[in-house]
Design a protein around this ligand. Structure first.
Ligand SMILES: NC(=O)c1ccc[n+]([C@@H]2O[C@H](COP(=O)([O-])OP(=O)(O)OC[C@H]3O[C@@H](n4cnc5c(N)ncnc54)[C@H](O)[C@@H]3O)[C@@H](O)[C@H]2O)c1
Length: 380
């Protein structure tokens, strides 16, 4: 029996995330491996329908990858019954309108984060999806990074004892665009275009924290626009109106304190672009994208503060690597497979629009906390 296929309307595939991670590394990679494996042993292939604004770009993309269907008419793509899933990787500002259309058309919807720019809209999307009875999901890729999977393994194995705190450091230097081109699209640096590091990264921190440690109960954030002027893709100078760094303190369920710095204005002096240090009564760990080091309390050295003597201890030598013990697939692809199983055979998928809305709420509260200079409760 040949595998069946379902149509997936993919909007925003000419963009960075839509093309590389979702089309090439997920949907096409899934088809290359023979489809998504279901619990009964059968497989389901994905039939992408590319949607966007620029017909030339879409036609080229489709030809490059042997994809039969592309269109600039979203309504027409949604009107086709066999197209069961709508996926959105457009710029954040364009998301709500398209996702609502897909919900109204009765499609199951999977989308990049953030689900919306405001909590009001994010909650409205979750309610609309529930009212229409469609399956819904939001990308939460960081949970599937090998480093965080290893960290989860330590947590599940009881390694930490009581977890006290989490310190996250995320960021790298994004060039201003004048003497070296910027490595991120310019809209990220304009509030009026849906940019800003809080709206970009706090939704990630919300699901990372809630899935590994507990839901966020309160937030204090201080944001900054360290670089007020940048140069865009066309070589034109523009006012960078959005926050390009955010220094946040989050209080979690159970009393764990998480501190996360997010910045596009920091030079990397770490092993990875994001790292989380977790300290517990019985041990500590530092997890990055791929690796995770740990130190058990039995292997913890006893430093004594003495500025008069040179430091001879090599503290980082006292840590051990968590072994792979597994093969780690692309995180975006793993989540696509989970969502397809959720649609086709009702497999569990906890990363829904409601959790997406909690991410948007954390971003909104983070921005408000900074503007008002005070800690804010997140509420249930
Ligand atoms: N999961 C992650 O780790 C991650 C990382 C980066 C970005 N993102 C999210 O992915 C989305 C896309 O980000 P990106 O970095 O790929 O951006 P991008 O600028 O590279 O791509 C955006 C896409 O949207 C389309 N687009 C641009 N303006 C539009 C408009 N006005 N109306 C409709 N479509 C428009 C573009 O043609 C392109 O296909 C954003 O919502 C962003 O928050 C997620």
């Amino acid at each position: 029996m040949s595998p069946r296929s379902i149509g997936v309307v993919m909007n925003g595939v000419t963009g960075r995330m839509g093309y590389r991670q979702h089309l090439v590394r997920s949907v096409l990679a899934i088809n290359e491996q023979g489809g998504v494996a279901l619990s009964d042993g059968s497989r389901v292939l994905l039939r992408p329908v590319l949607v966007g604004r620029n017909p030339d770009k879409l036609a080229k993309l489709a030809a490059d990858h042997g994809i039969a269907d592309w269109t600039t008419d979203l309504d027409a793509a949604l009107a086709v019954e066999e197209n069961q899933i709508y996926f959105d990787a457009q710029v954040t500002q364009a998301r709500v309108k398209s996702v609502l259309k897909a919900i109204e058309a009765g499609k199951h919807v999977y989308t990049e984060k953030p689900t919306a720019e405001t909590v009001e809209e994010a909650v409205a999307l979750a309610q609309a999806a529930e009212a229409r009875g469609i399956k819904n999901g939001v990308v939460q890729d960081k949970l599937f990074l090998p480093g965080l999977l290893k960290l989860k393994r330590l947590i599940d194995g009881g390694f930490f004892g009581r977890i006290l705190s989490v310190r996250g450091e995320f960021g790298y230097w994004v060039f201003e665009g004048d003497w070296q081109s910027a490595q991120r699209p310019s809209w990220n640096y304009r509030t009026e275009d849906g940019g800003g590091i809080v709206l970009d990264m706090f939704p990630h921190w919300a699901y990372v924290l809630e899935n590994l440690f507990g839901r966020v109960r309160s937030v204090y954030a201080q944001t900054a626009t360290h670089i007020p002027e940048r140069v865009d893709e066309r070589g034109e100078t523009y006012a960078a109106t959005a926050d390009d760094a955010a220094y946040g303190v989050f209080e979690l369920e159970g009393g764990i304190i998480a501190q996360i710095n997010s910045s596009w204005c920091v030079r990397v002096n770490r092993d990875e672009l994001v790292e989380f240090q977790v300290d517990g009564t019985h041990g500590s760990a530092v997890a990055g994208l791929r690796n995770c080091r740990f130190q058990h309390r039995a292997g913890t050295p006893k430093p004594v503060w003495n500025p008069d003597l040179p430091v001879t201890a090599r503290f980082r030598d006292d840590w051990q690597e968590v072994p792979d013990n597994d093969e780690f697939d692309n995180g975006f692809k793993i989540q696509w497979e989970m969502f397809v199983r959720h649609v086709v055979e009702d497999a569990p998928f906890p990363y829904d629009f409601a959790s997406g809305a909690r991410g948007v709420r954390l971003a909104e509260l983070g921005l408000r906390s900074s503007a008002e200079g005070r800690r804010l409760e997140v509420g249930a």
